[in-house]
Design a protein around this ligand. Structure first.
Ligand SMILES: *Cc1c(COP(=O)(O)O)cnc(C)c1O
Length: 352
């Protein structure tokens, strides 16, 4: 069997949830959209079932999958519905839809609800992606309040720059949100992972933890409070020594400067490893840090081995404990979110 393995440490997931909830206070949604950032939504949700106050997903299918697997907690649809007909499914499965735009609001009010629906009403406090402008927010709130089918309304918004501590955007968004909510009662939710960890004023009734739940710092680098959940490993299945001045891989983008031992490993961009990373992207061979050399190919890539290192059959960590996913993301000019979501063709195993 091809030796690409994604080990998912559910005990670390639980640790991270508890840590983030303690930092935030109040209640905390575990954000498990995009198959729990590539970790497996059903397995992760069940591992958190006795801890989590609720879950959040991006699509109706993701929510239904969780409900049908036996998840009974609140499930928030972060973007709401994509067509009015979906409200029938929201109703049937007792989901909490976000309402981010006027058509979603009107369709919700027009829907023939079988039971009251709790709604997350989104404000665009400055990110300018989704939500009601602050000056339209009270009207949307009032329209929902007057609808007899609407139960609780949670006021919420999302930050554009919470992962940049020096960026003044977050303070501006907080101010816009609080001003527009001044006379509106009810619960609030503002903080994603970065704000949970770094913006005390953003900690309200509900936090929404994604990336940090999976043990990855939203600020880059390593946060010692968090434990990485995924460990992606493979093995060396080919080994050779190259002469000095030998090109390596597609495009001959890398030349050895000295006699170099290289290992061939089973992982490539079709598995989700970022091709942009290539030469110098960090790996760990049996726990010892080394690097990728040459371009990442579709199914394979090459790593440098020093003279003392074992070769054939050795385990290579792509990310996990020795190599943080943020380092690989840096090498690839992207963010760890993207790397985690993209993992495919690996064998997933789960430990409690
Ligand atoms: C994805 C998402 C989150 C989680 O963000 P992280 O940075 O991963 O913690 C929170 N809120 C909303 C609205 C989201 O879409």
């Amino acid at each position: 069997m091809r030796p690409l393995n994604a080990r998912i440490r559910l005990d670390n997931l639980r640790h991270n949830y508890q840590t983030l909830k303690a930092v935030h206070g109040g209640r905390l949604l575990a954000v498990v959209k995009a198959n729990a950032y590539g970790h497996g939504a059903v397995r992760c949700a069940h591992a958190l079932a006795d801890l989590a106050d609720g879950f959040a997903v991006a699509t109706l299918d993701e929510a239904v999958e969780l409900r049908e697997s036996g998840i009974g907690q609140p499930i928030v649809l972060l973007e709401g519905v994509f067509e009015a007909e979906e409200y029938a499914v929201v109703d049937k499965y007792r989901l909490w839809p976000a309402v981010c735009s006027q058509w979603q609001l009107e369709a919700l009010i027009a829907h023939d609800w079988q039971q009251p629906v709790d709604v997350w009403l989104k404000m665009d406090s400055g990110m300018h992606r989704a939500g009601f402008f602050p000056h339209h927010y009270a009207a949307a709130f009032t329209a929902l309040k007057q609808c007899r089918n609407v139960g609780k309304i949670v006021k919420f918004s999302h930050f554009a720059c919470a992962d940049e501590p020096e960026n003044g955007m977050t303070e501006m968004q907080l101010e816009a949100f609080d001003l527009a909510c001044e006379d509106l009662p009810g619960e609030e939710s503002l903080a994603n992972s970065a704000a949970i960890l770094n913006v005390p004023e953003a900690r309200r009734d509900w936090g929404r933890a994604g990336i940090a739940l999976y043990g990855i710092s939203p600020f880059g680098g390593v946060d010692e409070r968090l434990k990485p959940v995924m460990r992606l490993t493979t093995r060396i299945f080919g080994e050779r020594v190259l002469q000095p001045h030998s090109p390596v891989g597609y495009g001959a983008t890398f030349y050895t400067s000295k006699s170099t031992r290289i290992g061939l490993i089973a992982c490539g961009y079709a598995d989700g490893y970022p091709r942009r990373a290539s030469t110098n992207s960090p790996v760990a061979v049996e726990g010892i840090r080394s690097r990728v050399i040459g371009r990442v190919s579709m199914d394979m890539m090459m790593v440098e081995l020093d003279a003392a290192q074992d070769g054939l059959g050795c385990e290579v960590e792509l990310w996990g404990d020795t190599v943080n996913a943020n380092e690989v993301a840096d090498a690839a000019g992207t963010i760890a979110y993207e790397l985690l979501c993209n993992v495919k063709r690996a064998k997933f195993t789960y430990s409690e």
